[in-house]
Design a protein around this ligand. Sequence first.
Ligand SMILES: NC(=O)c1ccc[n+]([C@@H]2O[C@H](COP(=O)([O-])OP(=O)(O)OC[C@H]3O[C@@H](n4cnc5c(N)ncnc54)[C@H](O)[C@@H]3O)[C@@H](O)[C@H]2O)c1
Length: 318
Amino acid sequence: MPRLYDSRKRILVTGGAGFLGSHLIDRLLKMGHEVLCIDNLFTGTKQNIEHLHAHPRFEFMRHDVTFPLYLEVDEIYNLACPASPIHYQHDPVQTTKTSVHGAINMLGLAKRLKCRILQASTSEVYGDPAVHPQTEEYWGNVNPIGPRSCYDEGKRCAETLFFDYHRQHGLAIKVARIFNTYGPRMHPSDGRVVSNFIVQALKGQPITLYGDGSQTRSFCYVDDLIEGLVLLMSSPDSVTGPINLGNPTEFTMRELADLVLAEAGLSSPVVTLPLPQDDPRQRQPDIKLAAQLLGWVPAMPLREGLRPTIAYFRSQIS
Ligand SMILES: NC(=O)c1ccc[n+]([C@@H]2O[C@H](COP(=O)([O-])OP(=O)(O)OC[C@H]3O[C@@H](n4cnc5c(N)ncnc54)[C@H](O)[C@@H]3O)[C@@H](O)[C@H]2O)c1
């Protein structure tokens, strides 16, 4: 039931104890909203939200989104899902269940409450893209039976469900396709390239480059990404997405390794390993739609965003 007496919203964030979820919650609380965080703590940690423990407008509930949930909220951000290959391949069946059953449960809740719901989708829906940069019209090039498929196809199916609930039940949906995002509170051991390189550098270990290091990625700082999610949620009902959110500036993995070492003020040798299966060679968002519909463009250059990220990992490691 919508609130009668003020503009403050009660907002549900699934996966709120994770990297992006915890930053989103910080932002929503700053905006004056009440936030209910649900998380099964599979990859998220209480440490990510412990600074909110005594906050009067924050609540945490341990819950697995693959099970139904009945509560009253005004908006839902659905972020629950392990996001890094190491984590989502640990229990691939559970990963697909989290994406698909989780989406069904959260969409069912949104339908009952007639509230807006935003899905944290991913650039992985484009797979190993044959089109560069990726626009939202591109349907992707995804292996349906590989080790990454539990995540890629789970997220694709979740998008299908969001659009079917929109068409069939008139639900107000928002689908964000999130590209590589980095920042404080990333997992130190999630195997993603930014955290990998920083942790290796800080521990004085060799930096491991896959392939020859010429494959490219683009990296969005977490604050920019969160701004995009909040703008998307507050956009008119006609803006459903899918909409790419990411930083289009490309870096080769070798350039990233050099930047990390320079910003950390360290020197480690760089070693090369074989490329993992289905690892995309290039990934770069086309963000014209986000700029046009949301007025969103990422502001933080990689070099500057690496500083607080390295500082965070330094504090974790020490
Ligand atoms: N970080 C990125 O670069 C990126 C890129 C694309 C998409 N995304 C998407 O954004 C969302 C958040 O990603 P993140 O980087 O913060 O990852 P994360 O692993 O830090 O956060 C995911 C959170 O979901 C929780 N979770 C997992 N399964 C759950 C379940 N069944 N029930 C309840 N909670 C569950 C985890 O415990 C964790 O707190 C994910 O849906 C991910 O697919 C992230």
